[in-house]
Design a protein around this ligand. Structure first.
Ligand SMILES: NC(=O)c1ccc[n+]([C@@H]2O[C@H](COP(=O)([O-])OP(=O)(O)OC[C@H]3O[C@@H](n4cnc5c(N)ncnc54)[C@H](OP(=O)(O)O)[C@@H]3O)[C@@H](O)[C@H]2O)c1
Length: 331
């Protein structure tokens, strides 16, 4: 009989994440009930938001329960099915979490598009790509010729957002935490420039890259980069508030100076969004992203960590910037 390895949350983190807040246990493989499928997890998506789900305050979803299996988006293979239309062997997107097996109602899983490799389905064609697509186009409303700044640009969402902005005819500058990442952005992804935010004087670097100011800032990080970007925004610029990773891992949110004064004076629009709001338009984004992947206009880099047991370290690494592109755990 196979066992179901599960990584559970032992206690809530105090400050920066450490692996000892998780524990591996062996549970039973669940039996799917009527209308359910049994999923065997193949890939777990590691997302910056996983860290926010560990804190006691609710985000856009309730916190992960202490003692419960760590939650996460997954691509799984159907290994038993009591659902018409879902066959053994089908690959599905599910919210199975950090474990080998989970049973789900058929209504809670989604067959991944035919022809999409699992690594694409859980990254550029999943939450990552949808976030980049709708954040940039619907919230940022970029226009060809505009000057766009993307933070955490060598990460999952940022690397796709930057490439879409280039495709749409914008000048794109990314910020990232190493010179290697900056080189990847400019030499391989076609960004017009890159800033190593850990070594640069942010104000001076933004001044150099944006002599006429920033039209759209796609903000993945909050903190000092947002502060400096606000000072550099052009009149009627837009700030896409996608995330604030600089405050997720126990650092707390440093208050911004200049809000609301800068928003008022520069007539800025600063708008947050959650990708789930756009699920009804998923087909539109998927079609565009699949087309760009197929014709080579965008590159989807995945950063695969092997083994469920390495998931805690892999998430800690993502929060400190050891990933390039979309980090996944392969089971
Ligand atoms: N609104 C939505 O619906 C939605 C959906 C998905 C994701 N998001 C947001 O998108 C952002 C990116 O998430 P992701 O899952 O794609 O992760 P990711 O970008 O693949 O990985 C996170 C990256 O953030 C950077 N980082 C870490 N600490 C930082 C700091 N203090 N300041 C600046 N950069 C820092 C690291 O790269 P460096 O080496 O560059 O530091 C790291 O690689 C997050 O803010 C997340 O919450 C939002």
């Amino acid at each position: 009989m196979p066992t179901n390895r599960q990584i559970r949350l032992l206690r809530r983190p105090q400050g920066a994440l450490t692996p000892d807040i998780f524990e591996m246990s062996a549970g039973e493989v669940p039996a799917p009930g009527p209308g359910e499928v049994l999923c065997r997890v193949r890939y777990i998506s590691l997302d910056a938001s996983n860290r926010a789900w560990l804190d006691p305050r609710p985000t856009y979803k309730p916190p992960v329960a202490v003692g419960g299996v760590m939650e996460g988006i997954t691509v799984s293979e159907v290994v038993e099915s009591n659902v018409e239309g879902l066959e053994v062997g089908d690959l599905v997107e599910s919210f199975s979490g950090w474990q080998d097996y989970a049973a789900h109602p058929g209504t809670m899983v989604r067959k991944i598009p035919a022809g999409a490799p699992a690594e694409h389905a859980i990254s550029v064609l999943g939450i990552t790509g949808l976030t980049a697509y709708f954040g940039l186009l619907d919230i940022g409303k970029i226009v060809p010729g505009e000057r766009v700044l993307i933070s955490a640009a060598a990460g999952a969402v940022g690397s796709i957002a930057g490439q879409i902005a280039k495709l749409k005819g914008c000048t794109v500058i990314g910020s990232a935490g190493t010179d290697e990442k900056c080189r990847w952005l400019t030499e391989e992804l076609g960004f017009d420039g890159a800033i190593n935010y850990k070594t640069a004087d942010l104000g001076a670097a933004l001044g150099q890259h944006f002599p006429k100011g920033i039209d759209v800032y796609f903000d993945n990080v909050g903190g000092p980069m947002l502060q400096q970007a606000l000072l550099r925004m052009r009149m009627r610029g837009r700030v896409v508030c996608c995330g604030a990773i600089s405050s997720y891992d126990g650092q707390g949110g440093a208050g911004m100076r200049g809000i609301p004064e800068l928003l008022v004076v520069k007539r800025l629009r600063m708008e947050g969004f959650i990708v789930m709001d756009y699920f009804s338009r998923r087909a539109e984004a998927e079609a565009a992203l699949m087309g760009w992947l197929a014709d080579g206009s965008i590159t989807n880099r995945v950063d695969i960590i092997d083994g469920l047991e390495h998931a805690p370290e892999a998430l800690i690494g993502l929060l400190t910037g050891t990933n390039i592109g979309k980090r996944l755990v392969q089971l």
